[in-house]
Ligand binder design. Structure first.
Ligand SMILES: [Mg+2]
Length: 165
C-alpha cells in the first residue's frame, strides 16, 4: 500500500490563505482548509494512488472517525487509514520522523511488507521535522503558500522515477 504521511497546517492551509480567505461556510473546521490545496491533494492522491496516514497535531484533538468525517465533509476523496503515534506525551522531544518510523515498524499488517524494506511512501509537511534517513521521502511545503502544483509535481516525479529504476 502506498502512503502519504500528511501534515495539515501549512500544507492544506497557509498564511496567504489565512489572510485572504472569506468564510465560505458556517463550519469553523471546514474553513481551516484552503479549497485550492484540497483540490491539489485530491489530484495527487488519485495520480499516485495513495492512502493517508495523518501526522498533523490535529490527530491529538480528534479521533480517527471524527477526522475521517471531517475530511469527507471537506471533500478529500481518500480516507485516513491511521494516525502516527504521539511520542511526545512525556518528557523530551522526538521528531515527527521518529513517529513515522515507529508507525511503519508497528503496522506491517497495513503496509503488507516488511517494515525495514517499506519504501512506498512520502512525507508531506511544512516543517523539516524528519530523519536524515527520510530525506528522499520528505517533501516540504512553504507554510506561507501551502501545497502548490510544483510540490505535487515533484512528488509525482519521485514515484515515476522510482518505478522506472
Ligand atoms: Mg504544519
Amino acid at each position: 500500500m502506498r502512503l502519504i504521511f500528511l501534515d495539515i497546517d501549512g500544507v492544506l492551509n497557509s498564511d496567504a490563505w489565512d489572510k485572504t480567505r472569506k468564510t465560505t461556510s458556517n463550519d469553523f473546521l471546514i474553513d481551516q482548509f484552503d479549497p485550492e490545496a484540497i483540490k491539489l491533494l485530491n489530484e495527487l492522491l488519485e495520480k499516485i494512488d495513495a492512502q493517508i496516514v495523518l501526522t498533523s497535531s490535529w490527530r491529538l484533538n480528534f479521533d480517527l472517525e471524527q477526522m475521517n468525517e471531517l475530511f469527507g465533509r471537506i471533500g478529500i476523496r481518500r480516507g485516513i487509514v491511521s494516525f502516527t503515534p504521539n511520542l511526545n506525551a512525556g518528557a523530551g522531544y522526538l521528531t515527527r520522523g521518529n513517529e513515522v518510523s515507529k508507525w511503519i515498524i508497528d503496522n506491517g499488517n497495513i503496509i503488507k511488507s516488511k517494515p525495514l524494506s517499506f519504501s512506498d511512501y512520502i512525507i508531506l509537511d511544512d516543517k523539516a521535522d524528519y530523519l536524515i534517513s527520510q530525506t528522499n521521502k520528505f517533501f516540504q511545503t512553504d507554510k506561507t503558500v501551502g501545497l502548490t502544483p510544483q510540490v505535487v509535481q515533484s512528488i509525482i516525479n519521485s514515484f515515476d522515477c522510482a518505478s522506472t529504476t
